[in-house]
Structure formats: structure tokens, C-alpha cells
Design a protein around this ligand. Structure first.
Ligand SMILES: [Zn+2]
Length: 125
């Protein structure tokens, strides 16, 4: 008989599992085999992460929204409080817009997996 796991129960747990990139169904298995490649199934509890192609497009929206929110907010704040030159702002925020979404990519997918678990629940085949 398969062991029963208690999945994420709140947005706090979704956030915690998402930032750690661990399975939201068992809170133990690693969701990614490389930095960019997500496992098909959880190595611990066996749930299938992606049932249909494009199911994780919401993760891309989460990533874009957060990146642009932080960029615009950060630009406005640094422009107001520090008065940096346009060249300095371009270097800082162009770098941010390249690096942050790359760093956040697996986390956004793990966050969305947590959202799926919180909603209808992930399940194995
Ligand atoms: Zn799992």
C-alpha cells in the first residue's frame, strides 16, 4: 500500500515549497533534476507534475509579473531616492531583467505546482 502524504494546506506552505523547489504533494521530493528540467514524477510520492502540455504557462505569467513589478517599483524608488544616471539605471535594470527571471524560473513552476496541489490536487497515474 502506498504511503499517504499530506500536501500543502495554505499559501504559506505553497510559498515555502515553491521557493525550496520541492514537491507540494509530499513536501519532500525534489521537483527538478537540473536547474531548468522538471521531473515528470515526484521521486518520493510519485505524483505527476505536468498532465497536459501548457499546464505550466501560468508559471511564466507569475515570473513575468513579478519581474516587471520589481523592476518598475525598483526603478521608481532608486530614481527617486538616489538620482542615479540613466546609464547606471540601464545597466542595473537590464541586468536585473535578465538575471531575476532566470533565477526565479524553477521557483515559479514550483509555486504553480503548489497552486495546483492546493486547488484540485496533484495525483499519480
Ligand atoms: Zn512528492
Amino acid at each position: 500500500m502506498k504511503e499517504k502524504y499530506e500536501g500543502v494546506q495554505s499559501f504559506t506552505e505553497v510559498f515555502s515549497c515553491g521557493m525550496k523547489r520541492i514537491c507540494p504533494a509530499c513536501k519532500q521530493g525534489k521537483m527538478f533534476r537540473t536547474y531548468f528540467k522538471m521531473n515528470d514524477h515526484c521521486p518520493v510520492c510519485g505524483v505527476k507534475y505536468e498532465r497536459e502540455a501548457g499546464e505550466y504557462i501560468v508559471a511564466m505569467y507569475i515570473n513575468i509579473f513579478l519581474t516587471e513589478f520589481l523592476f518598475i517599483t525598483g526603478y521608481l524608488l532608486t530614481n527617486h531616492f538616489f538620482g542615479w544616471s540613466t546609464g547606471t539605471q540601464i545597466v542595473i535594470w537590464a541586468s536585473f531583467n535578465a538575471l531575476f527571471p532566470t533565477w526565479f524560473y524553477p521557483r515559479s513552476k514550483a509555486l504553480w505546482a503548489g497552486g495546483l496541489q492546493l486547488g484540485s490536487g496533484l495525483y499519480s497515474d
